[in-house]
Design a protein around this ligand. Sequence first.
Ligand SMILES: [Mn+2]
Length: 308
Amino acid sequence: MHRQILDKIKHYSKIVIHRHVRPDPDAYGSSIGLHMLLKHNYPEKEIYVTGKHDLTLDYLAKPMVVPDSAFENALIIVTDTANTERIDDERYKKGEFLIKIDHHPNEDPYGDIVYVDTQASSASEIIYSLFKTGEQQEDWTLPDQAARLLYAGIVGDTGRFMFTSTSLKTMSYAGELMGYDFDRTKLFNEMYEVSPNVLKLKGYVYENFEMKNGIGHVKLSKRLLEEYGVSQSEASLLVSALADVQGMRAWVFFIEDSESIRVRLRSKGPVINGIAKKFNGGGHPLASGATIYEWNEVEDVLNEMYHL
Ligand SMILES: [Mn+2]
């Protein structure tokens, strides 16, 4: 598989790299890291990395503004993206040859080459393994800034090497990446520092959540968020905060915005996406979202949760 991908990279003079919408560090790490790697080893080729820039990832790198002409007769490589609906920048369809490189379950095996390794912790880990083959077979070298991006992608997707997706291979690759010249302390600060307002709201969550039969919930009204100076999307990031509560089986955040109340459901075991579906939502078995329109519907959601 690596050899096939290397041959395609060598063959094409134009390459465009894509990743998924609403990017995370692994999306940036794998796509922009691959871009830096290829640009460094094939300076004569036209190589682009596309997708809408996310300001919260500004510290990592920036994608490029890619002209339409870039896609004609181009090799397209999509990283970290399970299905075509989630590919950022629809122009991937205009390319000549498509390669999917991913670590999510391969439910949508799009592409002329489909390289999916669900054992890999991250797409960045796969890109690093591709680099190692390129190093052996094509004398590739990895620029320090590309190493920094791949490291950030692995750190992001493994929750700082904590999730069970972290393998012996992940750790040995991360160890090798640490040998490159970049500032890891600075990178960790950039990835994990949180604004004082959000941390104070987290304090409110810990102070005010309720728990019954292992089901937790907290209500964050619009007025409260205004008081704390935290946006609805920032507040949503706090939903994992209740995972560490002893005895917690599943929990829900009710977060009000201008027209509705967003319901964010999380679970450590009981399947909750059925409940999300009943309240105008859906999602994964252990992480779903729904929407209600009145505070008095909170009880309806909780009653469903208590029956888990
Ligand atoms: Mn990923």
